[in-house]
Design a protein around this ligand. Structure first.
Ligand code: ZN
Ligand code: ZN
Length: 340
């Protein structure tokens, strides 16, 4: 099969002929239909997160396709079923976190396209019990971004504690941010988009942001004034340190800021005012991709037609060039590679 392979960190990913993988026990083999390109894939190539990705590696964790074969002991989903593969590729299922519905932070969690091969290929193997089930009649190209950008922002919104009718800030309107706005709308929140790029703010408006702010010209004060005291919760889907700092500042008294974007290890520090957090009883928390329950719920929102990712389709062979584009930040919406 053809697959895009990272042979060593910092080296350009290469389209290579490799053997079709065989599904192991508890796994299925999937014929890939489409995969979205996520910012994390750049970190898989660069090896600048801690811990770094394994190499050699086929990246990709935003995958849709169909089951074509079962590994030992697998009976479901049936061959032919449309499925999605996400970042969470497996977990121990018996540690404190797994038992507590937080398998996303299991110490033994497996990361698709990072610690095991992912979907930048014609076929991928995956644990049968970690798949999202996709009903028939769904466009597998348009759905692909839900498998990472969707589930990640959906969980972040759930963990923000926001309630219907409340303002939710989305700081950074890229692949994740524009989908966060869709979910915020679908969950009854009032999305407030903040970015430094006017084309991305335009996209934010198009997908349902109630207000948009260009943080180059309109600062924190403008957001606080327009929302009558700030957002009840804010999601950081960007990775620049200033984005995290601003997100905390635009939340209201007792508001919650959820960190979702992950910068490279070299830019992993932010500066925050302690008195601003203590005095206003603000909450800051992290949210890491999503559990299997989050994943199936996120897919169900999309299946019901409430989440319509802004997708630019690109040919499968162009993955390396697409990563370059994403690296330069010139992407509004999500780039999705389609296989024939
Ligand atoms: Zn991702
Ligand atoms: Zn565990």
């Amino acid at each position: 099969m053809q697959a895009h392979v990272i042979t060593a960190h910092g080296k350009r990913m290469k389209l290579t002929a490799v053997a079709i993988p065989q599904p192991g026990p508890r796994e299925v083999l999937i014929r890939v239909a489409a995969f979205g390109v996520c910012h994390s894939d750049i970190h898989a190539v660069d090896g600048d997160w801690l811990p770094p990705s394994t190499t050699p590696l086929i990246p990709g964790h935003e995958i849709t396709g169909r089951v074509v074969a079962h590994g030992q002991g697998v009976t479901a989903p049936a061959v032919g079923t449309a499925v999605g593969v996400a970042w969470l590729g497996g977990a121990c299922q018996h540690c404190e976190q797994c038992l507590n519905g937080m398998e996303t932070i299991c110490a033994e969690a497996v990361s698709t396209g990072y610690s095991r091969d992912g979907g930048y290929a014609e076929y991928v193997t995956a644990r049968a019990d970690y798949l999202a089930i996709i009903p028939e009649g769904i466009d597998l190209v348009r759905l692909a971004p839900v498998l990472c950008a969707g589930v990640t922002t959906y969980r972040g919104l759930k963990l923000s504690g926001a309630r219907a009718g409340q303002f939710v800030g989305v700081v950074g309107v890229g692949g994740l941010g524009h989908i966060a706005i869709h979910y915020a709308r679908a969950m009854g929140f009032r999305p407030v988009a903040i970015d430094i790029d006017s084309s991305k703010l335009e996209l934010a408006r198009r997908v349902g942001a109630e207000m948009v702010f260009d943080s180059r010209s309109e600062g924190t004060k403008a957001v606080l004034a327009a929302t009558g005291g700030g957002c009840h919760a804010a999601l950081v889907t960007a990775t620049a340190p200033q984005a995290f700092e601003q997100a905390v500042e635009v939340t209201r008294l007792a508001g919650t800021t959820v960190f979702i974007g992950v910068p490279s290890a070299a830019h992993d520090k932010v500066q925050l005012s302690v008195s601003n957090i203590v005095g206003a009883e603000r909450v800051i928390r992290g949210s890491n991709v999503g559990s299997r329950l989050d994943l199936q719920q996120a897919v169900d929102f999309a299946v019901r037609g409430l989440i319509v990712p802004e997708v630019e389709e690109v040919d499968f062979t162009q993955a390396a060039a697409v990563l370059d584009r994403l690296r330069n930040g010139r992407v509004a919406g999500r780039l999705v590679l389609r296989l024939s």
